[in-house]
Design a protein around this ligand. Sequence first.
Ligand code: SAM
Length: 251
Amino acid sequence: MQTSAPPPNSARLTPIRGALDNRSSCAKFSFCSQIGVRSLAAPAIDLIGFVGDQRFATILADPPWQFTNKTGKVAPEHKRLSRYNTLTLEEIRALPIDHVTAAKAHLYLWCPNALLPEGLAVLEAWGFTYKSNLVWHKVRKDGGSDGRGVGFYFRNVTELILFGVKGKNARTLAPGRRQVNLLATRKREHSRKPDEQYEIIESCSPGPYLELFARGTRSGWASWGNQADGGYRPTWKTYAHHSQVYTVAAE
Ligand SMILES: C[S@@+](CC[C@H](N)C(=O)[O-])C[C@H]1O[C@@H](n2cnc3c(N)ncnc32)[C@H](O)[C@@H]1O
């Protein structure tokens, strides 16, 4: 089914362009003074409200990156397909991730191939040091590369998760040293990432776990995002192998 309706809760979390310069809203969050800023953008305020006093040891983030081409069929904000809103690089960088994580923490950051420099900049702005990456190889049912989709220079059949650490002695847990840095799974709906990532992360990195820009929820994780509700379903025409099919088959 195609729809032009915005994603659930988008009104509550719709990003504002530019930072709020309103000290009284900031005062609600003594957090602002703790981190030494006078104003925070709406997504940052929403995240702080969600996290409260919790501090997470592992973060998984799949930000709504903005691409230069916002009208093409794969663009998240394509008007008719209306999949989700995006954030500017500055809004993503400004999320106070350093402050919602423990002193020692791991970050798994999904980064489009075209935005590798931006991904590394975000990882650093969030207080992490880049260490390695996991590659998602999108495969067909028969195991070959799934070349559907687009690519301006090459047809992309891979996506990267940048892995960064914060603090001393922040190596992966023992299973991490045996974990190969490749996931080969089938594509699902637009921008949907493979569920296999959770098992890898849970075995290689310590909890508590926080997913940023989540779609749906997952047991054992705090899930934040404007589509992070248990009833999430893709509402646009997509590949046959999408989340809803997967959920129904697994029940
Ligand atoms: C790339 S998608 C995440 C896809 C998800 N990882 C998955 O596998 O299905 C980015 C998500 O960020 C959400 N989003 C966009 N703007 C947001 C905002 N201001 N605050 C919170 N979430 C936002 C979008 O609605 C979308 O669900």
